[in-house]
Design a binder for this molecule. Structure first.
Ligand SMILES: [Zn+2]
Length: 383
């Protein structure tokens, strides 16, 4: 047993910081409180202990693939995740949901210990209707088999029956989550306000995912009407939500849909974003908070380099969550969204010992990178 002694602990439920020791046995936290004892003592005086961070929207295999989508051998894509996973772990990210690009083999490699990294939940590809952003097609080539890999199934569907079929294909290949593209993309600058999935298709996707092991649906949507339609159909989370309005926020609050705003996309380099998008995006978060929509952290990297992952917590804080709210979105709310809150997301008796030890005991999140003193993952110090 190990005693992380003399530090302060962030309580995700109250948002308060209190002095406490933490006892770790195996991969679990077994006690939190004052004056505890254990055989091995780790000095944490002057530090703040927070739960391991959870990035609910990242792309661990796309840093190289996006630069050269068709020029790399197949093995280069999963192997390019290796340095990314180390980067994330060193910054205290101990769980990620991959929003497309990683196959089930990447998850397996971490589970088996071939590669060290955060635990990964995969969605494989973004399912979409013909012409959507997951549909790789060229006017000269026609349909392009982007991955050329049966572990990354065809994501294109049309109609409710095919919606069920595409969910089954993804689950067969090992998807933990179903990622749906419901609007165009900011980077392509097309169809941002479109609603590319019909009501019947949305319901079929959500219902089929639920039937298959209670899986959830995460929906890429920028425009308010696509966001609203996703929430009404029962999506577990809306990704980006850039142009969210009051009606869409009300629908999300009513359905209990999380917003994963991925603010890094517009806030890290506002000059490079679409005109008005940085302002709209911050306003979307304000509207969501005012309506009582739960918010969870997602970086959408490598939109920015993975080294900048913790900037997302700063952006959420600045957009209205405040430092405590942003830390909660990156831990407890993220664990709740992913259905993992019985297992992790807070520093409490019985939870997984995923911990970040920060220099200083305050809640300042403006430069978290510089505050990392140690990272513990599954009860083991990894950084
Ligand atoms: Zn993304």
């Amino acid at each position: 047993m190990k005693l992380l002694a003399g530090g302060s602990v962030f309580d995700v439920r109250s948002g308060q910081v209190a002095e406490a020791d933490v006892v770790v046995a195996g991969e679990r936290i077994v006690a939190v409180g004052r004056g505890l004892d254990a055989d091995e003592v780790v000095d944490c005086a002057g530090s703040l202990l927070v739960p391991g961070f959870i990035d609910c929207h990242t792309h661990v295999c796309l840093a190289e693939t996006k630069k050269d989508p068709f020029g790399l051998p197949r093995s280069a894509r999963p192997l390019s995740a290796v340095p990314v996973l180390t980067t994330l772990l060193c910054r205290g990210v101990t769980t990620v949901r991959d929003a497309w690009g990683a196959d089930a083999g990447v998850r397996l490699a971490v589970e088996r210990g071939w590669v060290e990294g955060p635990e990964i939940l995969v969605s494989l590809r973004q399912v979409c209707t013909t012409g959507g952003i997951g549909d790789h097609w060229g006017p000269r080539s026609g349909p392009v088999d982007f991955f050329g890999d049966p572990a990354m199934p065809d994501p294109v569907f049309n109609g409710a029956d095919e919606a069920r079929a595409v969910v089954r294909r993804m689950v067969r290949a090992g998807a933990d989550w179903i990622k749906v593209a419901a609007s165009g993309s900011m980077s392509l600058g097309r169809g941002v306000h479109d609603v590319q999935i019909t009501e019947a298709e949305f319901h079929a996707l959500v219902d089929e995912a639920r039937r298959l092991g209670g899986r959830g649906v995460m929906v890429h949507a920028h425009g308010a009407r696509a966001i609203e339609a996703a929430a009404r159909a029962g999506a577990r989370s809306v990704e980006h939500g850039t142009y969210l309005d009051e009606d869409a926020a009300a629908a999300m609050a009513e359905a209990g849909t999380w917003l994963v705003p991925t603010l890094s996309v517009t806030q890290s380099d506002p000059d490079a974003a679409a005109p008005g998008a940085p302002e709209a995006h911050r306003r979307a978060v304000e509207l969501a908070l005012a309506a009582g929509v739960p918010v969870a952290m997602g970086s959408d990297n490598p939109e920015r380099p993975h080294t900048e992952v913790l900037r997302e917590i700063h952006h959420m804080s600045a957009a209205g969550l405040g430092p405590g709210g942003a830390l909660r979105a990156a831990t407890w709310e993220a664990a709740r969204l992913l259905g993992l809150s019985d297992d992790r997301g807070e520093i409490a008796d019985g939870k997984r010992a995923d911990l970040v030890v920060l220099h200083g005991t305050d809640l300042d999140v403006s430069a978290l990178d510089t505050r990392i003193r140690a990272v513990w993952h599954n009860g083991r110090r990894v950084s």
